[in-house]
Design a protein around this ligand. Structure first.
Ligand code: TXA
Ligand code: MG
Length: 351
């Protein structure tokens, strides 16, 4: 067991001395969990293969799932990749720093542990003040997966990281909530037409506005057969301890179907939780109901979903019934995460 040190830092008013302690640990080959604008990350020096192994060990992460390299300046990408395609340059100008990860052809500097043997490397420049300053101070690129135990919902609050990582990492920086609430978009820019490998904080619509055609893996629309191009997408993900069932379709039919499922299961003595929306939360009784936010504010829903999954676990809920939402804008990423949390257990709502 590692004697984990928790350091509290206010992102609005960063105390350099505290951040320096964490930066030193990164430089020395240790592990540091820190907030980003998407979710908390678990960082280690991206050029130190030994340090990188500690990440896989702390998370219980399969070694064939590659890591994202985080940088503090756009120029830092140069020595990590073989080429920067024109479209990637445009996207860097528009979305960095921010929740966009791009997959490039990797240079010889990038250790194989990061890329899991692939010829490509995923790179992102986060906008969160603590993340940016920490990477800058460490003076090395920082590999960082989400700071959860492999398979669990991603952490969007320091408390979630402490729950999963206490005793497993050197430092946890407690720095408030994550504004986006789900992970970055992973975009493959090695092909002429960029391909979304994981929908996230930067939407398909926003990407298209900058570079024209962008392909999107349509897995949440039902094409589950294709082999995942982003290795991480094939594992169980974002899963709470409770069983999760997603009910999708028309809102009135969703309410009807969830009420039916809730009754059936409650009759069997199963403790049911419902992930509803502001528009529907009043339609359910005799169940633990938590609203994800308004259907009109999908960014709020994105911010809340992982925390709600963890809250249901804390309450001992055994079955979570979650409402589907529209796959427009960041709703695409929300539905991707919820579908995976449900292990693709999706029911079409009916009356
Ligand atoms: O928002 C985020 O991206 C967060 C924060 C901490 O930055 N990080 C994160 O990392 O979500 P992780 O490890 O949980 O997810 C990385 C995803 C995985 O699905 C992985 O398979 C994919 O990126 N990935 C990494 N390198 C890749 C590569 N070279 N080619 C294709 N996919 C890659
Ligand atoms: Mg993750």
């Amino acid at each position: 067991m590692i004697d984990t040190k928790i350091i509290e830092i206010d992102p609005q008013n960063i105390e350099e001395e505290k951040l320096k302690i964490a930066a030193e640990v990164l430089r020395a080959g240790g592990t540091v969990a820190f907030p980003t604008e998407t979710v908390y990350g678990l960082g280690a020096n991206a050029l130190d293969a030994l340090a990188l192994r500690k990440i896989f060990e702390a998370k219980g992460r399969p070694a064939d799932n590659p890591l994202i390299v985080h940088i503090a300046h756009k120029e830092d990408v140069d020595r990590l990749v073989r080429e920067i395609p024109k479209k990637a340059k445009l996207l860097m100008e528009s979305f960095w720093p921010g929740p966009l990860t791009m997959v490039f052809k990797k240079s010889g500097l990038v250790p194989d542990v990061i890329t899991a043997g692939l010829d490509t490397v995923a790179i992102r420049m986060p906008s969160h003040a603590i993340a940016k300053n920490l990477i800058e101070m460490a003076g090395v690129p920082v590999a960082a997966p989400s700071a959860n135990l492999s398979g669990r919902p991603s952490p969007t609050q320091a408390g979630h990281v402490i729950e999963d990582m206490l005793g497993r990492v050197d430092i946890i920086i407690s720095g408030g909530g994550c504004a986006v609430g789900l992970e970055s978009t992973v975009l493959d820019v090695t092909e002429e037409v960029p391909v979304i490998l994981r929908p996230g904080g930067v939407t398909l619509e926003a990407l298209t506005e900058v570079v024209g055609e962008v392909l999107s893996d349509r897995e949440i629309e039902g094409d589950f057969g294709a082999a995942p191009k982003s290795p991480g997408m094939k594992y169980t993900h974002y899963a709470p301890r409770a069983k999760v069932v997603m009910v999708s379709g028309d809102v009135e039919e969703i309410k009807h179907t969830i009420n039916e499922l809730k009754r059936e299961n409650a009759d069997k003595g199963i403790k049911v939780g419902i992930m509803a929306t502001d528009e529907t939360e009043g339609s359910y009784c005799d169940a633990v109901v938590i609203s994800m936010g308004s259907r009109k504010e999908v960014n709020t829903i994105a911010e809340n979903i992982f925390a709600i999954l963890r809250r249901f676990d804390a309450m001992g809920v055994e079955l979570i019934l979650v409402e589907g939402i529209e796959t427009k804008l960041v709703g695409h990423a929300v539905m991707n995460r919820l579908t995976k949390a449900a292990g693709f257990n999706v029911i079409r709502a009916r009356r």
